[in-house]
Write a protein that binds this ligand. Structure first.
Ligand code: KG4
Ligand code: ZN
Length: 347
């Protein structure tokens, strides 16, 4: 008998994503985005994103079903992101998903978006090992996870105490006068600049209880250090060495991310590190992770960029893993959770 067909629905931020997954096989993945409408505001406007999700919901669903060559009636289960994310956008997705579940009589799983960023890796890089460490880095989250089973065995080792990695890049992008989102622009400039030009702080280095923060991140002090540096040059009327600032800032973020992730893997006896989330598009993160993992003898798995940014495939992949683990569906009255706990894969 073939494995169950899962429809995945993602609407936590500005992407409306629909995907179909059978077991660990991705059949179709279609995404619509409202990013163009947010660019001029320099950040995501939840009201605008919510309206865009409402308009894109049915056309994107139709496109995904068409691309997979299946009908809605063929679907065995529906998975939808229930959090973490923006409440308005989440509500459009979960309300739409519940309507589909009621209309078709199929079970529904309200799944954790952050865990989905890890789960999607199985669709491209094959089944997970028995134990691994995951680093999820995006505009909204930066977390280190210890994983034994993606549906039932996720433990959060640490997370950011303030800004997420992508958020820090976007804020520094604004300081440097770059378009929103600044992440990819800083990445591009950093490749030309000198990462050792400016000694930016690494964060949580001089805390009283370093063991307590061993797997946590903090990027707000770093962001302030960049702001001070920029202000002091501007006050003296000197030109900004934008490439060197980008490179030195990028190095500070990626040095900490990779060092802590590999320390966690070594400390927990895991030989695999999975990296996911929109920030894993960052070229220096990929380079540094590969370089340092080799020293540790650890395998790094990172999905292609289109599966790192928000998409429906990650939600379908986690729904599929929940079915494999024999988890009961979510009750139909499950709510959205803007800060959904990482110890739970489903609502
Ligand atoms: O996962 P994602 O698509 O959305 C969230 O759930 O947040 O991640 C988007 C974030 C943004 O902050 C964006 O600036 C950042 O990922 N990003 C990058 C790069 N590409 C995207 N940051 C640094 N370097 C990149 N190449
Ligand atoms: Zn995300």
């Amino acid at each position: 008998m073939s494995e169950p067909l899962v429809l995945g629905i993602e609407s936590t931020c500005d992407e409306t994503g629909f995907a179909l997954v059978r077991g660990r096989e991705l059949l179709a993945d279609v995404t619509a985005t409202s990013m163009d409408a947010h660019e001029r505001f320099g950040g995501i406007i939840p009201e605008i994103a919510s309206r865009a999700h409402l308009e894109s919901f049915l056309p994107t669903l139709e496109a995904a079903l068409g691309a997979a060559g299946v009908e809605l009636a063929d679907v065995d289960a529906i998975a939808v992101a229930a959090g973490p994310g923006l409440i308005g956008p989440l509500t459009v997705g979960t309300a739409g998903a519940k309507a589909l579940a009621v209309a078709t009589g199929k079970p529904i799983y309200g799944v954790n978006h952050v865990i989905g960023h890890v789960a999607v890796d199985e669709l491209v890089n094959g089944p997970f090992p028995e134990r691994f460490i995951a680093l999820v880095v995006s505009g909204g989250h930066s977390s280190l996870l210890s994983v034994t089973d993606i549906a039932t065995g996720v433990r959060e080792l640490g997370s950011t105490l303030d800004d997420a990695a992508g958020e820090a890049f976007d804020k520094v992008g604004r300081l440097l006068g770059l378009p929103y989102p600044g992440g990819p622009h800083i990445d591009r400039l950093a490749r030309i600049g000198n990462p050792e030009a400016i000694a930016f702080p690494r964060g949580l280095k001089n805390v009283k209880d370093p063991e307590r923060y061993r797997y946590d991140f903090s990027f707000s002090g770093l962001k302030t250090a960049v702001a001070r540096y920029v202000e002091s040059l501007e006050a003296r009327g000197e030109p900004l060495p934008v490439e060197d600032i980008a490179a030195s800032f990028s190095e500070a973020v990626n040095d900490v991310l990779t060092r802590k992730a590999l320390d966690a893997a070594a400390h927990h006896g895991a030989d695999t590190l999975v990296i996911g989330g929109g920030f894993s598009a960052n070229s220096r993160l990929r380079e540094l992770a590969a370089e340092r993992a080799e020293e540790y003898g650890i395998t790094v798995r990172i999905p292609p960029i289109r599966y790192c940014t928000d998409n429906g495939a990650m939600i379908a992949a986690l729904g599929s893993a929940c079915l494999r683990a024999g988890l009961a569906p979510s009750p139909l009255d499950f709510g959205n959770d803007s800060s959904m706990d990482l110890s739970r894969a489903i609502a």
